[in-house]
Design a protein around this ligand. Structure first.
Ligand code: URA
Length: 204
């Protein structure tokens, strides 16, 4: 699918792209995952969010950010005054990568080859949607969007400019906020995430 389609129908092109992604074999992750989890949301979003990869629940539901990280993300969006239904949410990697521990499927971080193989889909989504404002949730998303390895703390306070000239903010991944063991720090980091989202909201 070569997008954009001048004068064409963005909805139809997006639906075709999604359909094509359902059969993706660009890397080996499709072998164990249940299904491709494609992006979702309006095709004229205020903000285009990119996460890392589907988790266990997303893999089963076929939708991004519906599990525990998604619940934290939803709560933070609400606190920041962002209506998720006005945003497009997708992942850098569209198949769940995991290791089996007994019957449990434990999330495993995608490597750079997998991120770079899957980047094609994210680029096609952005080429169709042409979002004015993109947000990378975590380092995997930032790599997918910029093609480079970035350190979140170094780029968090000012937007990057993507290849198409649009603005991209980098912040932490909601799963990181779930994993912080110490309560005081967890509270501070969650508040900082909401502050990031508020600043992004004011740019959108
Ligand atoms: N984490 C992600 O990055 N994406 C999801 O869809 C769920 C959890």
């Amino acid at each position: 699918a070569d997008v954009p389609v001048p004068g064409g129908n963005v909805e139809a092109a997006w639906a075709a792209l999604r359909e094509e992604a359902m059969g993706c074999t660009r890397c080996d992750l499709h072998r164990c995952a249940t299904q491709t989890v494609f992006g979702e949301g309006p095709l004229n979003p205020r903000i285009f969010f990119v996460g890392e990869q589907p988790g266990d629940q997303e893999d089963l539901a076929g939708r991004p950010f519906v599990g525990p990280a998604g619940q934290l993300f939803d709560a933070a969006l609400e606190k920041a005054g962002i209506d998720r239904s006005t945003t497009y949410v997708t992942n850098a990697v569209k198949h769940f990568k995991f290791v089996l521990r007994g019957k449990k499927r434990i999330h495993s971080k995608p490597d750079t080859a997998e991120i770079d193989a899957c980047r094609w889909w994210q680029e096609q989504e952005r080429a169709l949607i042409r979002p004015p404002l993109t947000v990378a949730l975590g380092a995997t998303a930032a790599r997918s969007l910029t093609g480079k390895t970035v350190t979140i703390s170094k780029v968090r306070d000012a937007p990057l400019t993507l290849a198409d000239g649009s603005e991209c903010w980098v912040t932490v991944h909601p799963s990181f906020l779930l994993r912080i063991p110490e309560e005081q720090r967890r509270r501070e980091e969650r508040a900082r995430f909401v502050e990031d989202l508020m600043r992004i909201r004011d740019r959108a």
